[in-house]
Design a protein around this ligand. Structure first.
Ligand SMILES: Cc1cc2nc3c(=O)[nH]c(=O)nc-3n(C[C@H](O)[C@H](O)[C@H](O)COP(=O)(O)OP(=O)(O)OC[C@H]3O[C@@H](n4cnc5c(N)ncnc54)[C@H](O)[C@@H]3O)c2cc1C
Length: 327
């Protein structure tokens, strides 16, 4: 079975891994310059040396026993480590957040910098239209992108799936990265913020991180939405002021202050783990279905792979029975 997957974040790679293990031929297409998705890491060169900042998910929590087993496997492979200072269930990619995604992506045929613009169905097979040309044919197609980006793909082929996806609303998040020439005189571990900031943490305090003193702050969804169309160059000083206010520190000037806009950062979910049209062999997975961040992305990709394989097995069992009956 040939499977094409739009996106190569954690949900996509989880689904891809299980489909490949079951014998499918899997290809993934991602518009990103490299691995990460919303678990990305930004590399910066500063007067105090190079550093890498996790500017998407700062860490993730593990509750589900199935996810815990997989996370322990990733730990043995050196892709993740626990970060106890952020909580007893907190984990991070090692030595950077994106290491988990690059480690998993290395096992697959992923085309990076490939923007998917549409899905075409011809004679019972799928083709994926990208800015690098038409890809396929595929027997199964999976979207593993945020709901707002999945809806245009789904709407042309299954309006019910698109309608369901439109119930999930992503929250925006402005993130800022600050690099300082000296250590800040405060606890480096994650702390809840103020009216503008949801969280602030010292990236340098995570296991495996090197380089100068570096902090990442995430604005609240309300603040982010109110400022969503502003220029990153305007947003960075606003978040710096909020950060200095939160820490109650003298106004130490950073050597780098960069803001990043996440239009679709997180979703509360819609109480499902996947969308699957068995007749068309069109599926959707991602954190926005169960709505629990990184763990939700894994759960969704995992469940969709099982559904795809389950229905394939049912179909081939059905075909075998029909063939036997006709003999
Ligand atoms: C600022 C921030 C803070 C967060 N904090 C936490 C946290 O504390 N804990 C937690 O558990 N989670 C957190 N999250 C959420 C977590 O990062 C996500 O739940 C998880 O990474 C989602 O994985 P995914 O595979 O569903 O989607 P993504 O990682 O978004 O992957 C989707 C991929 O699809 C690609 N794509 C999109 N459209 C197209 C297209 N048209 N063509 C080709 N490719 C496309 C993108 O490039 C991307 O790589 C945070 C996220 C952000 C942004």
């Amino acid at each position: 079975m040939r499977c094409g997957i739009i996106g190569a974040g954690l949900a996509a790679l989880t689904c891809a891994g299980e489909l490949k293990a079951a014998g499918c031929e899997v290809r993934l297409f991602d518009k990103g310059r490299g691995p990460g998705g919303r678990m990305s890491t930004r590399r910066l060169t500063t007067p105090f040396g190079a550093t890498e900042l996790d500017h998407g998910a700062p860490y993730f929590e593990v509750s589900d026993p199935g996810f815990r087993r997989i996370v322990e496997e990733w730990r043995r492979e050196g892709l993740v480590v626990p970060w106890r200072e952020a909580g007893s269930r907190a984990w991070i990619g090692f030595p950077r957040m994106s290491s988990l995604i690059s480690g998993l992506a290395a096992r697959h045929d992923v085309s990076w910098q490939t923007f998917v613009g549409g899905l075409i169905r011809n004679d019972g097979a799928w083709q994926i239209s990208t800015d690098q040309g038409l890809q396929g044919p595929f027997d199964v197609v999976v979207t593993a992108v945020p709901p707002e980006q999945a809806i245009p793909f789904l709407a042309l082929h299954d309006l019910d799936m698109a309608r369901t996806a439109s119930q999930a609303k992503s929250r925006a998040c402005w993130t800022a990265m600050f690099v300082f020439g000296e250590k800040l005189a405060t606890s480096p571990y994650p702390r809840r913020g103020n009216a503008s900031l949801a969280m602030a943490l010292c990236n340098r305090a995570k296991p495996g991180r090197t380089g100068p003193e570096s902090w990442v702050v995430h604005a609240t969804p309300e603040w982010s939405t109110a400022h969503i169309e502003r220029d990153p160059a305007e947003v960075a000083p606003l978040l710096l002021a909020a950060f200095q206010d939160l820490l109650d520190l003298p106004a130490l000037p950073p050597v780098e202050a960069i803001a990043h806009r996440w239009r679709y950062a997180m979703s509360d979910g819609i109480g499902r783990s996947v969308l699957w049209n068995r007749g068309l062999k069109l599926g959707a997975c991602g954190d926005w279905l169960p709505g629990i961040g990184v763990e939700g992305a894994w759960l969704s990709g995992h469940n969709l792979a099982h559904l795809v394989m389950g229905s394939e097995r049912e179909i081939s069992a059905g075909l075998t029975a029909a063939l036997r009956a006709s003999m």
